[in-house]
Ligand binder design. Sequence first.
Ligand code: 5CA
Ligand code: ZN
Length: 412
Amino acid sequence: MRAWPAPDVPALPGSGTAPRLWDTPSASLIEASAERTARLYVCGITPYDATHLGHASSYLAYDTLQRVWLDAGYEVHYAQNITDVDDPLLERANATGVDWRELAASQVDLFRSDMERLRILPPEDYVAVTEVIDPIAEAVALLIERGVGYRVETPDSAVGDDIYFDVRAAGDDVWHVGAESGLDEATMAAYFAERGGDPDRAGKRDPLDPLLWRAARDDEPSWDSVVGRGRPGWHIECSVIALQHLGSDFTVQGGGSDLVFPHHDLSAGHAAALSGHPLAKVFSHAGMVAYEGTKMSKSLGNLVLVSRLAADGADPAAIRLAILANHYRTDWEWHDRHLDEGEARIARWRAAFAGSVVDGASATALLAGLRERLADDLDTPGAIALLDAAAQTGVDDAALTRASIDALLGVR
Ligand code: 5CA
Ligand code: ZN
C-alpha cells in the first residue's frame, strides 16, 4: 500500500545518541540501539474512525523515536500495517450500510492526509492485511504443523473450521504467554475478554487461546487459502507483516498501551513460534488520550479528529506541539485549551527564533540539551521546556535552533 510523502528532516551538526526507551515487559529503560539500521514496527489503524488525537499521539511518539535515531546516525526501517479486515470495521460497515472496502479506503486516505499534515515520517513498508492473506494463511498452516495451531468446529453457517493458537503448547524459552506484557493471569484474562478475545468459545484448549483464522461465514469477506476459506485473526497479521519486512528480533515494537495485552503479547507469541526468535528487543507503549474526562470513542461521539481541527483552521505545528507537550507514556486528556497553548507556543518560538541575538543563549548548547532530553525516553516536555526558556532570551544562532526544532520535533 502507498504510504504518504515524507517530510524533510534537516541534518544537524554533530550527532545525538541512541535513546533509552521504556520497555513494558522488563519495566525498565533499555537502550534502543542497533548496528546500523534501527528496525521499527508500529501497529497501524483499523480504518473506521481515523484519525483522532489518540492515534495522532501514538504515531507522533514513534515519529519522535525515528527523529532521534536519524539524528544519532542510524538508518531506520519502519513497517506499519493496516487492519483493513476485522470485526470492528465490518460491524461499522454493516451499521452504516457502507461497503467495508470503501469504508477502509476512505479512512486510510484520511489517515494518510492527516499524517502528512502532521509531518509524521511514513513507514517504508505500509502493508494492508488484505494484501498478505496468502502469507498469513501459510503461517497459520505452519503453526498447525508445529503443533501450536489447532482446529475448532464451527456452527453450520460457517464453511470449514476456525483455527486457534495454543498459548500453553507454544510456551518455551523464547516466549510464554505474558512474556511481553509482564501481566499476571487474572489481568490477562480480563484484558483478553475486554479487547476482542473470546475466552468462552467452546472447543478451545485454553480461554486465552487467540483466533488465528476465521472460517468463512455468510456475509463476511473471505478468501480461499491453504487453510481453507476464511480470513485472518488479528494478532497473526502483525506477526507475519513484521517478520516479512523486518525479520525477527527487531529493535522496537510500538503501539498504544491498549495493545499491551493481548495484541502485542500474542503477536510476539505467534512470531516466536514461526521464527524461533523473540519478535523485538523493546516493547514500547504510548499512553491513552481521552477527551475531557472520557476515553475517545466514536460511540460516545467525543472523537477529536485531526482533520476537524485542521478544517477549523488549526496550525498543524500547533497540534503537534499540543501533543508533544505531554510525555508519550502518560495517559492524558485533550482539552481545547491544549490547542490554544500550542498556538501560543509556536507563535512565541517563531518570534524568538526569527533572528539571532548576539548575547542570546548558545544554540549549540541548546541542541545538546534537546538531544539529552529526547534520548531519555523521548522526553518531549523536557525538550519543550528548554526551548521555552531559550525563547525568553533568544539564541546566538537562530538558524541552528530552527533546524534543531525541525529535525527533532518536526516543527517548522
Ligand atoms: N489495527 C490495530 C492495531 S494492529 C489498532 O489498534 N488500530 S486502532 O485504529 O484502534 O489504533 C491505532 C493505534 O492508535 C494503535 O497503536 C492504538 O494503540 C493507538 N490508539 C488508539 N486509540 C488511542 C487513544 N485513545 N490514545 C492513544 N493511542 C490510541
Ligand atoms: Zn498490530
